[in-house]
Write a protein that binds this ligand. Structure first.
Ligand SMILES: [Zn+2]
Length: 352
């Protein structure tokens, strides 16, 4: 993946040359599904060591994206409405824009909901049930915290010993770049055992960290009470489904639907695959989501939505809204569909 700086420059060239605007009619497709995670004041603008800042944006930027798509003539739809429209096919009016937020962060209720209300914009939040229970080992947050709060790390991970100085931000960034891919690649249960064990050794209350960031079930119900909000499922444990055997992947998908339905007292019709890229969800998972009875499921495969996706409602692509790219001109370039067309080698539907 090119660096943030290189991508920003590419986006600027496409924007200021007018290429994005000229090519939009060819590549923008029928609509866009945005993928966000966290929304809070200052979100994504953290300086120094903040490897998870890309997951956050400010409430102002969320408002700017909604205004941008409205200004470009997009219709704001819920995910289910967009899926129904794709399925029905036929003549097409304006393109649609759908807003989704993954995991179920507390700030979705506190900071994102008021923005969606102000714009009368529907949205879906995908809840991981153990996060709402407050006992999920969110390894990416724990590892960040461990590195941020130490002068050195000396630990065993996946059979190797790591001794790394973490005195300043650049050393911390190196430690993150070394350790996070190893932890991410570990088998899912080992990864969570490691997170709990080493988190505790470092004085971190792993579950308290989860509870402080994530909505409780009462908060999920409060959010769901707003007519603009829909709640979707995001598995029980936020495991990479592709790394699980089929029986466990099936349980993660089906049981999360059932559990949220029990908590909310209403059907859950949409699903998001944890991590969601082609390393974390493929045809087997798309089939399992269909079997579980979801009307629509979303990946994080980068792309805009085309007519052809009507045959692949369990594998819809999304556009990630990153804290590192909080400028409407970057979003406008992404909405042109040109970066997605280049990335997908001009293949509109990528579900393999
Ligand atoms: Zn997630």
């Amino acid at each position: 993946m090119p660096s943030t700086a290189i991508l920003r420059t590419c986006f600027d060239v496409m924007h200021y040359s007018g290429a994005a605007a000229v090519l939009r009619p060819y590549f923008a497709g029928r609509g866009v599904i945005f993928c966000l995670h966290r929304v809070y004041p200052g979100g994504g603008h953290e300086t120094g060591f903040a490897p998870n800042a890309r997951l956050a944006v400010t409430p102002e930027f969320l408002g700017e994206i909604i205004s941008l798509v409205k200004g470009l003539g997009y219709e704001l739809l819920s995910l289910e409405q967009a899926a129904a429209r794709l399925w029905q096919g036929g003549t097409w009016g304006r393109p649609f824009a759908v807003f989704t937020l993954d995991d179920g962060y507390k700030d979705n209720l506190v900071h994102a909901l008021p923005v969606f209300r102000r714009h009368r914009c529907p949205f879906t939040v995908f809840v991981t049930t153990r996060m709402a229970d407050g006992n999920c080992e969110m390894w990416w947050r724990v590892l960040e915290h461990m590195i941020a709060g130490s002068m050195s790390v000396n630990m065993e991970m996946a059979g190797n010993c790591y001794r790394l100085e973490t005195r300043n931000d650049s050393q911390k960034a190196v430690a993150w770049d070394v350790l996070s891919p190893v932890l991410k690649a570990m088998p899912e249960h080992q990864q969570r055992d490691w997170t709990l064990r080493w988190g505790e050794k470092s004085g971190i209350d792993v579950f308290a960290m989860c509870r402080s960031a994530m909505m409780t079930w009462d908060e999920v119900r409060a959010l769901n009470a707003d007519p603009l909000a829909s709640i979707g499922a995001h598995t029980l444990n936020h495991f990479n489904l592709l790394k699980l055997d089929e029986a466990e992947a099936k349980r993660e998908i089906e049981q999360s639907k059932k559990r949220i339905e029990e908590e909310l007292g209403e059907p859950v019709r949409s699903f998001a695959y944890p991590y969601g890229n082609s390393d974390a969800a493929g045809p087997r998972e798309f089939g399992l989501a269909a079997e579980a009875g979801f009307a629509v499921s979303v990946t994080t495969r980068h792309g805009l939505v085309f007519e052809g996706h009507a045959q692949h409602l369990q594998a819809l692509p999304r556009i990630m809204v990153s804290g590192r790219f909080q400028k409407t001109r970057y979003m406008e370039t992404l909405l042109s569909g040109v970066p997605a067309a280049l990335m997908n080698r001009f293949q509109r539907v990528n579900v393999a």
